[in-house]
Design a protein. Structure first.
Ligand code: NDP
Length: 282
């Protein structure tokens, strides 16, 4: 109890001392959001639009992107452009960054958020799927980050990585997905140190999300768990604020911080809770 209370106090102390968000700072900001045709990425596009940003959005489905971009313009975006790309490709991730740099004349925010579809089930030996998912969920992130880094350095910009509690804690039914998120956390955690040691202008935020009520997530967990899901629009706004205030990390909802911090202290209890959070009979 004392340990848990200390973790909560530590979390609140970090929150109280974090810088205030100035919505005006996003007016005219040049932003690239990936995975923006649906879910949290789509909601981020709408928030940036309301703040008057200049946005480039990307995903695979061009028609859907076009509709999202039109809505962004109607919400107040200074610019809303889209480019269809497949993040499993070797060349397209870098081309998307080049497109944004050319159309926006630089970049203030690079928000990497996309994920490829992956089954919610026990692993049955499909290594090719994991290899493919690594390309989409991990390798494309590091390619895009590298391609955008010089422009972000110039603009004193922010790189925002959307990750998951499943990048810090393993859980059943998501072995391929959780692997890619652990890889992201490891890589970008290392990059955070290197940017700081190089006194870089670029801020790098890693966002740890719990269950969010996007269609794809809800479809997967339907009938399998009663874990509460949090609203995608609120998650999206919290990610944007984290990037704009140049914080190292976000834990959303707040208790993901407690779960992540306590899992190594109480492994048996945590494993018991995880394994009993799902309806499953072999
Ligand atoms: P969605 O499944 O709703 O959206 C995924 C996005 O990625 C879509 O825009 C999709 O568009 C795009 N995408 C899929 N495959 C590719 C591909 N090969 N190339 C390019 N784009 C692709 O995801 P969420 O909004 O639920 O999740 C967003 C982020 O939040 C992810 O990083 C996820 O890990 C994280 N997160 C989500 C949680 C949740 O419960 N929802 C929990 C924890 C973290 P298209 O099909 O048009 O390509």
């Amino acid at each position: 109890k004392v340990l848990l209370a200390s973790i909560c106090v530590a979390y609140l102390a970090v929150k109280w001392t974090s810088p205030r968000f100035d919505a005006e700072s996003l007016k005219g900001a040049r932003v690239l959001v990936t995975g923006a045709s649906t879910g949290i990425g789509e909601q981020m596009a709408y928030h940036y639009a309301r703040f008057g940003a200049q946005i480039v959005i990307t995903a695979r489905r061009e028609k859907v992107l076009q509709q999202v971009a039109e809505k962004c313009l109607s919400l107040g975006a200074q610019k809303a452009l889209y480019v269809a790309a497949d993040m499993a490709s070797e060349s397209e991730p870098a081309q998307v960054v080049d497109f944004a740099l050319e159309k926006l004349g630089g970049l203030d925010y690079l928000v990497l958020n996309h994920i490829g579809p992956s089954p919610f089930s026990m692993w049955t030996g499909d290594v090719d799927h994991i290899r493919w998912l690594m390309n989409v969920n991990f390798f494309s992130y590091i390619q895009m980050a590298w391609r955008g880094l010089a422009a972000l350095e110039q603009s004193r910009g922010s790189l925002v990585i959307v990750s998951s509690l499943l990048g810090k804690m393993s859980s059943p039914f998501v072995a391929p997905y959780t692997s890619t998120k652990f890889a992201l956390n490891g890589f970008f955690g290392s990059l955070q140190h290197e940017l700081a040691m190089n006194k870089s202008n670029v801020s790098l935020s890693i966002c740890t999300l719990g269950l969010i009520d996007t269609d794809s997530a809800m479809e997967k967990v339907k009938g399998v768990t009663n874990i509460p899901a949090y609203p995608s629009s609120d998650a999206a706004l919290n990610i944007i604020i984290t990037g704009a205030t140049r914080q190292l990390d976000l834990f959303y909802p707040w208790f993901t911080y407690v779960v992540a911090a306590s899992k190594d202290m109480f492994p048996s209890v945590t494993n018991f809770i995880i394994q009993n959070s799902y309806t499953y009979s072999p």
